[in-house]
Structures are given as structure tokens and as C-alpha cells.
Design a protein around this ligand. Structure first.
Ligand code: NAD
Ligand code: DAU
Length: 348
């Protein structure tokens, strides 16, 4: 089986690529990634010599490049993660989100349609999406289910909602086998340090201010990235075409409580006085249109495919803090312009 993984050099994509390359030596895994600021091949250096792994640098919006890849590798299945993924960036530069997330997804779908020529036996287009397409919940116990109506509220979530709609349209119109999963907030190793957890761990370690948006009362449902990668593996193999699966951790935290936990975890690991790093908390202007609460009802994937998270949050967060403490070089590399330029040139 030849599987095209898009966005495999990013945070979640690299965990998915590693899992597929190592668990399924008979598969050929092709990682297509543009290596934007968020994509780093260092995330995959432990598997990049495997004979069943191939890297292709390119853009998912490039029609010729993508259709040539389908031809070159005789792609059977697509696991599509490539995206612009950071909500704050979508507020300052919405157009790149429309280009990558909407047009890029449309191009991949269309190239798959043309390559497969209506013969969809053993073919699959699987889109990795987000819980943010469902909008925002009030405080309380309500959760997003697969039946919740779409109500995206940031340019990022609107572009992901649009790409979900495109995927479904190919299922209904062309009968192309498709799958969608909508996941909650991921955390873990290799997370680019612009998102809350890696940014704040880095700032706490370096005694820099912790910019909490608004009052820190927003709620997110956190899931370890390896639990997400395992869910993707299960859906890829057992998901029913045309279906959607929600993935979440049943692990809701207000930002402020999570930030205090991160402060205390780092203090404890670095031998600082517990409470010391909480002094770094700085309340700043709220994110525009900041969604109040996300919470995923993940009962369908548990009931139908037998997936539940394996990490407890205490274990996952402690391991994540350890990983960032042990991988300072990775942190410096992924944030350094020179390093980015090196890989850009190497795969020109
Ligand atoms: P990321 O920003 O870490 O990685 C995105 C990857 O896509 C990078 O490697 C980047 O180089 C690549 N990419 C971007 N534009 C490209 C283009 N035009 N052509 C080819 N490659 C391109 O993102 P992530 O956090 O790993 O998220 C991966 C996917 O999962 C996204 O689709 C995102 O919407 C979805 N998702 C993320 C989360 C989360 O918490 N991070 C939760 C649910 C769903
Ligand atoms: O829910 C899934 C989504 O989770 C994914 O689809 C997105 O790709 C991913 O980036 C993430 O989106 P969020 O906006 O929830 O994640 P972020 O880490 O940016 O922010 C988490 C919360 O922390 C959010 O309420 C905003 C807040 N925050 C974030 C940053 C970066 C702060 O208070 N200060 C900050 O500096």
C-alpha cells in the first residue's frame, strides 16, 4: 500500500509518519511537505533512512507537482494533514489559510479523483480536521458530537470547515471513499513553540513573561499527540468511508489552571521553589473572536473503533516538559532562520 501523508514534517504529521513507517514496513510512506516555518525534517531524523519512507518537498496547491506524485508512487491512500494551523496567524494573515487549507485540499482531492479515474477499490482520502469547525461552547457540560452543526469563527477554523465540506462533496458527488476526523487540542514532543503549551514551557524555563489572553478562562480539551496518531492509524484501517469521527481527550482545562500546572511542573523539575514561575503570568489583550470552550464527545470512535486515550494528562504533560528540557537544540533549530534556510536549499 502506498500512502501519501501531507504535512508529515509538522507536529502531528511527524508522529503519524513515524507510526506508519515503523508499524507497517510493507507500506510505502510518501511525506509531501512544503517545509514552511512549521515543517521541520529534524522531527523525522530517526526514520528518514528507512527504505519504506520517501520525502517530497512541494506545495499541496501545485497541480502538476501533486498529480505527478500520484503517478510516480501509484498512491492508494491519502492522509491529509498539511495546513496552516495557528489561529493567531490566521487573524493577521487570513489569505494564506484560504490558499493552503481550502485550495490545497481542493487540489489534492481533484488530483486523487483524476489519478483514480473512478476506480476507488482500496482507495481512500482521509482528512485530518479540527474540533474548531463546530464553533464555541458555553461553560458547562455540552460537548461537540459528529452531528453538531458547523459554526467556524476564525479564518483558520473557517478554512478547515470549508475543506471538510469539499471532502464530503467528493464523497457525495464522485463516490470517492473519504474519511474525516475532528480532533481537539494536541500537545507533546515536536510541537512548534508558538502554541500555548510549548511556548509557555519555553518561556517558563527561560523566565520570560507568560502572555495569557484575556482572563485565562477559556477552556480547551487536551490530547497527547501520540494518542491522536494512534487514532488516525485506527481510523485509516477501520474507519467506514463517508464517516466522520471526533477525537478528544475528555480532558478539559481552563488556560489559567493549565498554565499554573505547567509553572509548577517546570519549577519542580528544575528545583525551583514551587510558585516561583507563576509570577511570570501576565494578562494581555484577548485574542480577537476568542472561542470560549471546546469539548469533544469521543464516544463514537470508542464505541465503533475501540479507541480511547492511553496517556493521562499528568503523565503526558510531565513527559512533554522533560522532552523540551532535553531537546533545547531542537527548539533553537526550529526557531532559527538559518536552519530553515538550510533545509529549504537542500530540497530546492
Ligand atoms: P503544523 O503547523 O505543525 O504542521 C503543518 C505542516 O504542513 C508543516 O509541516 C508545514 O510545512 C506543512 N504545510 C503547510 N502548508 C503546506 C503546503 N502548502 N504544502 C505542503 N505542506 C504544507 O500543524 P499540526 O498542528 O501538526 O496540524 C496538522 C493538521 O492537524 C492540520 O491540518 C490541523 O488543522 C490539524 N489539527 C491540529 C490540531 C492541533 O492541536 N495541533 C488539532 C486538530 C487538528
Ligand atoms: O482545537 C484544536 C485546535 O487547537 C487546532 O485545530 C489548532 O491547529 C491548534 O493550534 C489549537 O488551536 P488553539 O487556538 O486552541 O491553540 P493555541 O495553543 O493557540 O491556544 C490555546 C489556548 O491558549 C487558547 O485559548 C488561546 C490561549 N493562548 C494561546 C497563546 C499562544 C494564550 O492565552 N496565550 C498565548 O500566547
Amino acid at each position: 500500500m502506498n500512502i501519501l501523508v501531507t504535512g508529515g514534517a509538522g507536529f502531528i504529521g511527524s508522529h503519524v509518519v513515524r507510526r506508519l513507517v515503523t508499524q507497517y514496513p510493507d507500506y510505502t510512506i510518501i511525506n509531501l511537505d512544503k517545509l514552511t516555518y512549521a515543517g521541520n525534517l529534524e522531527n523525522l531524523k530517526d526514520v528518514d533512512n528507512n527504505s519504506n519512507y520517501h520525502f517530497e518537498k512541494g506545495c499541496i496547491t501545485d497541480e502538476k507537482f501533486v498529480s505527478d506524485l500520484f503517478e510516480k508512487y501509484k498512491i492508494d491512500k491519502v492522509v491529509h494533514l498539511a495546513a496552516e494551523s495557528h489561529v493567531d496567524r490566521s487573524i493577521t494573515d487570513p489569505l494564506i489559510f484560504v490558499k493552503t487549507n481550502l485550495i490545497g485540499t481542493a487540489n489534492l482531492l481533484n488530483c486523487a479523483r483524476q489519478a483514480w479515474e473512478g476506480n476507488y477499490k482500496d482507495k481512500l482520502f482521509y482528512h485530518i480536521s479540527t474540533d474548531e469547525v463546530y464553533g464555541s461552547l458555553e461553560m458547562g457540560t455540552e460537548m461537540f458530537t459528529e452531528e453538531t452543526s458547523y459554526d467556524p469563527r476564525s479564518p483558520y477554523s473557517a478554512s478547515k470547515a470549508g475543506s471538510d465540506h469539499l471532502v464530503r462533496s467528493f464523497w457525495h458527488t464522485y463516490h470517492m471513499p473519504t474519511l474525516i476526523s475532528n480532533c481537539s487540542n494536541n500537545y507533546g514532543p515536536n510541537h512548534f513553540p508558538e502554541k500555548l503549551i510549548p511556548l509557555f514551557i519555553n518561556n517558563i524555563v527561560n523566565k520570560k513573561p507568560l502572555p495569557v489572553y484575556g482572563k485565562g478562562e477559556n477552556v480547551r480539551d487536551w490530547l497527547h499527540v501520540k494518542d491522536h496518531a494512534r487514532a488516525i492509524d485506527i481510523i485509516l484501517h477501520k474507519g467506514v468511508p463517508g464517516e466522520t469521527y471526533n477525537i478528544g481527550g475528555h480532558n478539559e482545562w481552563t488556560n489559567i489552571e493549565l498554565i499554573k500546572l505547567m509553572c509548577d511542573t517546570v519549577d519542580q523539575k528544575l528545583g525551583r521553589n514551587i510558585g516561583e514561575s507563576q509570577k511570570l503570568i501576565t494578562f494581555v489583550q484577548d485574542r480577537a473572536g476568542h472561542d470560549l470552550r471546546y469539548a469533544i464527545d469521543a464516544s463514537k470512535i470508542e464505541r465503533e473503533l475501540g479507541w480511547i486515550p492511553e496517556y493521562t494528562f499528568e503523565q503526558g504533560l510531565a513527559e512533554t516538559v522533560d522532552w523540551y528540557l532535553e531537546n533545547k537544540e531542537w527548539l533553537e533549530n526550529v526557531t532559527s532562520g538559518e536552519y530553515q534556510e538550510y533545509y529549504q536549499k537542500m530540497y530546492k
